[in-house]
Design a protein around this ligand. Sequence first.
Ligand SMILES: NC(=O)c1ccc[n+]([C@@H]2O[C@H](COP(=O)([O-])OP(=O)(O)OC[C@H]3O[C@@H](n4cnc5c(N)ncnc54)[C@H](OP(=O)(O)O)[C@@H]3O)[C@@H](O)[C@H]2O)c1
Length: 266
Amino acid sequence: MKLNDKTILITGAAGGIGMRVTQRLVRAGAKVAMLDRNGDALEKIRLELADAPGEARAFPVDLLDRESRDEALRQAQQACGTFDLVINNAGMLSFRPFAEEDPVLLERMIQLNLATPMLIIRALLPDMLEKGQGRIVNIGSTFGSIGFGWFAAYSASKAGLRGLSEALRRELGGSGIGVSYIAPRAVRTPLNGDRVMRMAEATGMNMDDPEWVADQIVAAIEKGRKEVYLGFPESLFVRINALLPRLVDLAVAGQMRVMGKFAREG
Ligand SMILES: NC(=O)c1ccc[n+]([C@@H]2O[C@H](COP(=O)([O-])OP(=O)(O)OC[C@H]3O[C@@H](n4cnc5c(N)ncnc54)[C@H](OP(=O)(O)O)[C@@H]3O)[C@@H](O)[C@H]2O)c1
């Protein structure tokens, strides 16, 4: 997909990955509707991109509030027209023993990471189908393919998003609407708080630069890639986990013990 003149909606546009993807899209000439709850940060990004060939429009919204989400989608569609590209990027995580998770936070995580992308796609897809061309991009995670202890709820939410992407891709075959599932490994963004950063260092977890990740996401969109796992060897482990999960159980057992120490601090 060529990005110039395309209309694009992205959630979590003020975050570590979303902001950088937005910058690249607008600099490539796209008109981007940015949805995020951080209105001031969206405004700053909009002003920064004022001289870029494309256009950034800010739609501050709490995506977990149904009425405001529906209203933001309505306004974004009114301002931009039918979207060529919808990027479900907003997400949250929790790093904690599952038995100690806050039930309210569990619901919010499934709502933001899985139900919200479903509802956004459901709202925008009819017009995209009528137009007969476009792409839905869901930002997943390596943890959506390799379930990680202490991140159980997050892993479950991203596994759900992966399943949604696969099913929709098959359902929409021949419609002109493509579906991409792009799964980064750990990335240096505000999503990962202090405990996760210390755990990553202690376990030697690979962490990518958000600029690089944004480059990969935009390249995957341009090439219309269906499923992308960023970073080696994690991309290989995803395949091995699908074929030989018991082997991965053994391989990660030591890492799980170290991770547990940091998870219990939360
Ligand atoms: N960073 C990683 O290690 C990593 C690895 C693999 C996959 N990913 C995925 O990449 C995507 C982007 O993550 P990121 O690292 O860029 O995270 P981030 O820096 O925390 O950005 C997420 C953005 O979404 C916003 N947001 C959260 N809840 C919202 C809500 N209810 N309504 C509207 N906006 C909301 C956040 O606002 P607040 O700042 O106010 O929370 C933030 O601006 C996520 O789907 C994440 O799961 C990240």
